[in-house]
Design a protein around this ligand. Structure first.
Ligand SMILES: [Zn+2]
Length: 175
């Protein structure tokens, strides 16, 4: 084994998935030509299994992201700072789209946390809830839905901006 071996071992899963850039591919292939240890490793199926921990790391980031979006929902008050709320939710929607590249996920993580927070927050508010009647709870759910919708509109505007950015980038690459 040489000093390069651990580096090549780390790169092999990405090499097999064809996710490396040309100079890195050249480096891996030059090493494989001279190293029987890494050749064996590259031909075994074990390498692809080692790819799984990376996926786990990714889903860990997803959980962090969802937790952050909940904290974000709790901290952003619709009535407190109007402009701050609009800008922060647009940025949030933009980043969420760039991260997930899926408009439905942007929709869900911008609406559900706010909706849940609005219900929890107002459930103990005597201004809205006095006797927990059907009408009061109905109004609470409607109100929460309305707040969630407002947040979601701005998040989706941010996502639309992200989509625009991505398509502009493709135009830029092609030209
Ligand atoms: Zn090697």
């Amino acid at each position: 084994m040489s000093e390069e071996c651990p580096i090549v071992e780390d790169l092999l899963p990405l090499y097999k998935k064809q996710m490396l850039q040309a100079p890195t591919i050249l480096f891996v292939e030059q090493h494989l030509a001279n190293c029987s240890h890494c050749q064996q490793l590259a031909s075994s199926k074990q390498v692809l299994k080692e790819y799984i921990p990376m996926k786990k790391t990714l889903s860990f980031f997803h959980i962090i992201f969802i937790v952050l979006s909940f904290m974000f929902a709790i901290n952003s008050s619709l009535l407190g700072n109007q402009l701050g709320f609009v800008i922060s939710y647009a940025i949030f929607g933009c980043l969420s789209y760039l991260f997930y590249k899926n408009i439905w996920i942007v929709f869900i993580i911008s609406s559900v946390p706010v909706f849940v927070w609005a219900i929890i927050n107002n459930l103990n508010n005597e201004l809205y809830i006095t006797n927990y009647s059907f009408t009061e709870l109905g109004a609470l759910v409607m109100g929460a839905g309305y707040i969630a919708l407002l947040h979601t509109i701005f998040a989706l505007l941010g996502a639309a901006f992200a989509i625009l950015l991505r398509s502009l980038r493709w135009v830029f690459i092609k030209s």
